[in-house]
Design a protein around this ligand. Structure first.
Ligand code: B4P
Length: 191
């Protein structure tokens, strides 16, 4: 079973590259950002609570996102593997994921960490904001807050996976095609 954690700051290309990985490796895509946005679109209580955090560029509570991932794992027990996109984002989320996967004897295969310069992240998100209408992509102050939250709460996960020998840094600058090839090389030859 191939369980990939696709990691990187906001705008690093996680959602973009996940699309290609799903097709190439037949994995189930679990994006906590997409799951939360569909809860918001459906107007659920969970969505309403999440929106207040997301619009400010803050993280939604661990309890909510871990619960969402747990039910998706339970609903897809026959999967060949998963791509975790935007999850985990805190050490507590990473520990919860390890627990859930280890219970099934199918641990994380590797963390693919997309590395992108800060100004490029801001440019990508602002340009997506013009098209998508996503509130959190339209305001530079919110984008900078997302990057600060990433540096403070999410970046420590690199050490968490390094200590398990599962961290793979990938240059996330360049064309989408170039980055696809770099990811493919790591998955096929190093995992
Ligand atoms: P996410 O939906 O995960 O959004 P993101 O970090 O902005 O990354 P995304 O995957 O969408 O963008 P990508 O880099 O592919 O999170 C949104 C919010 O949800 C969070 O702020 C938080 O509030 C909440 N949340 C989600 N998961 C959570 C969790 N686990 N715990 C707590 N809260 C959680 O792409 C960005 C843009 O760049 C796109 O327009 C793309 O076209 C472009 N792009 C990609 N690659 C490019 C390249 N190589 N060159 C040029 N442009 C590129």
């Amino acid at each position: 079973m191939l369980n990939l954690v696709l990691f990187g700051p906001p705008g690093a290309g996680k959602g973009t590259q996940a699309e290609f990985l799903i097709e190439s490796f037949g994995l189930i895509h679990l994006s906590t950002g997409d799951l939360l946005r569909s809860e918001i679109a459906a107007g659920t209580e969970l969505g309403l609570a999440a929106k207040a955090f997301m619009d400010k560029g803050e993280l939604v509570t661990d309890e909510v996102v871990i619960g969402m991932i747990k039910s998706k794992l339970e609903a897809n027990q026959e999967a060949k593997g998963f791509i975790f996109d935007g999850f985990p984002r805190t050490v507590d989320q990473a520990k919860a994921l390890d627990k859930l996967l280890n219970e099934n004897g199918t641990p994380v295969s590797g963390m693919l960490s997309l590395e992108v310069e800060k100004q490029e992240l801001i440019n990508r998100l602002l340009s997506r904001g013009k098209i998508s209408g996503r509130a959190d992509d339209q305001d530079q102050t919110i984008i900078e807050n997302r990057i600060n939250v990433y540096n403070e709460k999410t970046l420590p996960l690199i050490e968490y996976y390094k200590s398990q020998g599962k961290h793979f840094g990938i240059n996330g600058m360049g064309t989408i095609e170039d980055i696809k090839l770099r990811l493919k090389e790591v998955i096929e030859n190093r995992l």
